[in-house]
Write a protein that binds this ligand. Sequence first.
Ligand code: 5GP
Length: 144
Amino acid sequence: MTSAPAYDPQNIFARILRGEIPCFKIYEDERAFAFLDIMPRAPGHALVIPKAPARNILDIAPDDLAHVAQVAQKVAKAGKAVFRADGITLMQFSEAAGGQEVFHLHMHVIPRVAGVPLKPAASIKEDMAVLAEHAERLSAALSA
Ligand code: 5GP
C-alpha cells in the first residue's frame, strides 16, 4: 500500500474553482460548486466538488463530504426533472487505482434513461453549445 501524494493546487478542478479555466457552472454555495462534465457520459452529467481542497474520499473533511452529498442530491433531482430521466447514477473515484483522473474530490451525478448505456468515460468532448444549453436548464431548475 502506498501513501497518497499531497493535494495539488494546480489540478484542473482547483483551477476551475479559482476561475482560471472556464466551466459550465450549474450551482454554487459557500462550500460547494457544481458544473457540467466536459465529456459527459449522458446528457446532464454533472460534477459536484467541495470548495475546500480535498484530494478524494480519503482526505476530505467529513462535514465537507456531507455537504457535497447534499448538493449532489439537489443536482440529482434537478437532472432527473430537466432530462426526464428514469434514474440517477452517482460515482466517486478515489486514487488512480480507484479510477480517479482529476485529484480534487468530485461526485459524478448522471441522469439515466432506461435502457440507454453510459458513454465511455472521458471519451467524447461535448459540443459547447449543447453544454451551455444544458447548464442553463439545470441552473434554472436548481435556483427555482
Ligand atoms: P475521474 O477523476 O472521476 O475519473 O473523472 C474526471 C472527470 O473530469 C471525467 O469525467 C472528465 O470527463 C472530466 N474532466 C476532465 N477535464 C475536465 C475539464 O477541463 N472540465 C470539465 N468540466 N470536466 C473535465
